[in-house]
Design a binder for this molecule. Structure first.
Ligand code: SF4
Length: 389
């Protein structure tokens, strides 16, 4: 079953687990770059693509997303080789969205032009803030001026489809600083903006600093005000909110992420990449050396099973993801895909949250009301099997 999206085909995610240095809030699988590792990694992912292609029944690829880590640390020629390997081993849709995640310190104009020739048509830049104080707290390897220069480079290289990632709720960040970051981002006219509330794993250095009293997170009311300010300012600039944290000019919504929210299948390549196929979610183990060694011996990388879902869990998973979309869940398509009528199946929950103005049904869609956006988890969690009453 391939979700309830309109299109067919798979998403392809390729994880590049290298960064210049670790940011203070990061719990993604990323390691410092070591001499020689990049070359070994590129050879290994190309081999994994060739080996895994045989397991993929329907090899049509709708979207490609190179994420990390910092994929832009790879040279343009390595990224071109990876794209050639994808096209060679799989059926890449000729209209596929092909995104590259990048950081401001690892982009140059010549490389961007080569990437366009290689087929990349979307850049997602990890800016996070235009305030140097915020960037220092986050332990980013760039400053705000470098971010602005990179965006100019992206635009001058002819990429009209680019996203900026921004973070709010950073210790010490005031609402004024956040609005200034948003204003500067919007001035640069991105096609897409992602705004995320800072989420911290306990093991990160920033979490430890907070625990030790060296800095403090903002309170929930301030975070809610920051979220509302983002919605207001971004929509005023002509971008439309299409997901709880994502905004785009019409036609520039991220097709790869839409696939996740519509519970469509995807294949993950590279150490730490997650795949979702045939009701199973599984991970390429987060161990670079093991990954390289396996592939250098012509073996598929070791997998770790995350979830093997029964029908009821698949429905819950698709509900939890789909309710993040501002348009909501298309009830008819959902019935076609999962064989249930959502309004009957979740009758009690839907009635309760509609009465509280947190859910709405309109024109064949079930969605969160705007009032529920910031407190979405309090509503969405009730669709999980354990809590379904
Ligand atoms: S650049 Fe991204 S992946 Fe790399 S350490 Fe920073 S937050 Fe983590």
């Amino acid at each position: 079953m391939n979700g309830w999206g309109e299109q067919q085909g798979l998403g392809l995610y390729l994880h590049v687990p290298f960064c210049l240095k670790k940011c203070s809030y990061c719990d993604f699988y990323s390691l410092p770059v070591r001499p020689g590792n990049l070359q070994r990694y590129v050879r290994a992912v190309m081999k994994e693509l060739a080996l895994r292609a045989w397991d993929i029944e329907d090899r049509r690829i709708r979207t490609v997303f190179l994420g990390g880590g910092t994929p832009s640390l790879l040279s343009a020629s390595d990224l071109t080789s990876i794209m050639n390997s994808i096209s060679f081993n799989l059926e890449l849709d000729n209209k596929a969205e092909i995104s590259l995640e990048a950081n401001p310190t690892s982009l140059d104009g010549n490389a961007l032009q080569s990437l366009q020739k290689a087929g990349f048509n979307r850049i997602s830049l990890g800016v996070q803030s235009f305030q140097d104080q915020d960037l220092q707290i986050l332990g980013r390897s760039h400053n705000s001026q470098q971010a602005r220069q990179s965006i100019e480079l992206i635009k001058n290289s002819g990429f009209s489809n680019f996203n900026l990632d921004l973070i709010y709720g950073i210790p010490g960040q005031t609402i004024g600083m956040w609005k200034e970051t948003l204003a500067q981002a919007l001035e640069l006219e991105p096609a897409h903006l992602s705004v995320y509330l800072l989420q911290l794993d306990e093991e990160t250095p920033l979490s430890r600093d907070i625990k030790d009293g060296l800095c403090q997170l903002s309170d929930e009311d301030t975070e809610a005000d920051m979220y509302q300010a983002a919605i207001q300012l971004i929509e005023k600039a002509g971008l439309v909110q299409y997901e709880l944290s994502n905004f785009a000019r019409p036609g520039y919504e991220c097709q790869h992420n839409l696939g996740y929210w519509k519970a469509m299948e995807y294949v993950g390549i590279g150490p730490g990449a997650v795949s979702f196929q045939a009701n199973r979610r599984y991970l390429n183990k987060r161990n670079l050396l093991q990954y390289l060694t396996c592939l250098e011996n012509d073996q598929e990388p070791e997998l770790e099973e995350l979830e093997c879902m029964e029908a009821q869990e698949l429905v819950a998973d698709a509900m939890v993801l789909g309710l993040r979309l501002c348009a909501g869940i298309n009830l008819e398509r959902f019935t076609q895909s999962y064989g249930i009528n959502v309004l009957d199946y979740y009758k009690d929950i839907i009635e309760e949250y509609m009465n509280r103005d947190l859910l709405e049904v309109d024109n064949g869609y079930l969605r969160l009301s705007k009032k529920a956006y910031f407190i979405c988890n309090q509503v969405i969690c009730h669709f999980l099997p354990d809590l379904k009453s």
